[in-house]
Design a protein around this ligand. Structure first.
Ligand SMILES: *[C@@H]1O[C@H](CO)[C@@H](O)[C@H](O)[C@H]1NC(C)=O
Ligand SMILES: *[C@@H]1O[C@H](CO)[C@@H](O)[C@H](O)[C@H]1NC(C)=O
Ligand SMILES: *[C@@H]1O[C@H](CO)[C@@H](O)[C@H](O)[C@H]1NC(C)=O
Length: 332
């Protein structure tokens, strides 16, 4: 496995004379990136977890915003696909550390702040491991004494951010009552949560995807047609790449997707991403009164005037991995 630092060392070494190469090599001893945390291990702001096939990495990423924030993120080579600390952004003070302790608690600790508990078992479990898997899922497992997996305690796929990776679900887990949904970032640097963010959800009663903000539904995919594996309001160009998996049983009601040919590597290859955001449903194109491509009609708000227009904000919303601008209403 080669870390970013390792690559940098190699690159520098090609460009400079040998005596400098020796010096550089000695002063930049590369740390091997691992894919896992064992009890007592930690990931600090200069470290990185790298999945076995090196497709995904996890680290503390800083964003410029006011005084700056740090998020624990999972990224592939192109996209940020997950962030852990959405409800409690960490100030940009470089002191954040992800730890797995000997009782099985996974948490982010930092100087001068309360720890952010990612997962805490009901009773202490001393034989655990947290692994960043090749599908982008970060999982905490309890192990048998022989090292094999006993149970899955927690997984990042249960807490999606704004990107739906294959095997991630939208819907509801009936056993726990947990709801799987995507939340749009308000801007590229600050993940706003709560009522003012767009959400992408699976409506199990009807069997369709919806985008809403607060209680208002902006867009609906239309009912899933199982015979042709299609949603009515999603354009064909976008849909012919995916196979949808819809589960409805006593344990869960869920929607997930995989690539049509079942080759998940393709899904994570940049070529498989549909580059044109226009192909996918966009809540930002729904203006209260239009019914284009699944837009829902709702009452014109009394505070809206004819001289108000929609403008695009520099935010984005990833649906099936696609960036989409968010629009807001302002005075022209
Ligand atoms: C946040 O931290 C990063 C890395 O330590 C640093 O490069 C950046 O300037 C910081 N930003 C702010 C706003 O403090
Ligand atoms: C883990 O806990 C078990 C039972 O509670 C104990 O027998 C074992 O020694 C502990 N192992 C370690 C590494 O602490
Ligand atoms: C490891 O131990 C568990 C529980 O004792 C057992 O079910 C499993 O088959 C074992 N796995 C291997 C590879 O020995």
């Amino acid at each position: 496995m080669i870390t970013g630092k390792d690559k940098l060392v190699k690159f520098v070494s090609l460009a400079i004379p040998t005596y400098l190469w020796v010096w550089t090599s000695w002063s930049n001893i590369p740390t091997m990136a691992s894919d896992r945390l064992k009890p007592g291990d930690f990931l600090d702001s200069s470290g990185k977890l790298l999945s076995e096939n090196e497709r995904y990495n996890m680290y503390f990423r800083s964003f410029e915003y006011g005084e700056g924030f740090t998020y624990l993120v999972i990224e592939d080579s192109n996209f940020l696909v997950w962030t852990a600390t959405t409800k409690q952004p960490i100030p940009n003070d470089s002191s954040a550390v992800l730890t797995l302790d000997h009782s099985g608690e996974l948490k982010i600790i930092r100087q001068g702040g309360k720890p952010i508990i990612v997962y805490s078992p009901p009773q202490a479990i001393n034989s655990t491991v947290a692994i960043l898997l090749d599908d982008g899922n970060f999982v905490l497992q309890e192990l048998h004494p022989n090292g094999s997996t006993k149970t899955f305690l927690w997984q990042s796929f249960d807490y999606p951010s704004d990107t739906l990776l294959p095997k991630m679900k939208l819907g509801v887990n009936h056993k726990t009552g947990h709801i799987w949904s995507l939340t749009a970032w308000l801007t590229k640097i600050y993940l706003s949560l709560g009522s003012s963010s767009f959400k992408l959800e699976w409506d199990p009663k009807v069997g369709e995807l919806i985008i809403r903000k607060r209680e208002q539904v902006y867009w609906k995919s239309g009912v899933f047609n199982k015979n042709i594996n299609r949603f009515e309001n999603i354009p064909e160009e976008a849909q012919n790449q995916y196979e949808y998996i819809i589960v409805s049983n006593e344990d869960e009601e869920s929607f997930s997707l995989q690539t049509r040919h079942g080759d998940k590597d393709l899904m994570f290859n940049g070529d498989m991403r549909v580059a044109n955001a226009n192909l996918i449903a966009r809540a930002s194109n729904c203006y209260e009164y239009n019914t284009d491509r699944g837009c829902q009609i709702w009452n014109l708000s009394s505070c809206r005037h004819k001289d108000q227009v929609f403008v695009e904000l520099p935010g984005y919303f990833l649906i099936f991995h696609l960036p989409t601008k968010i629009q807001i209403l302002v005075l022209a």
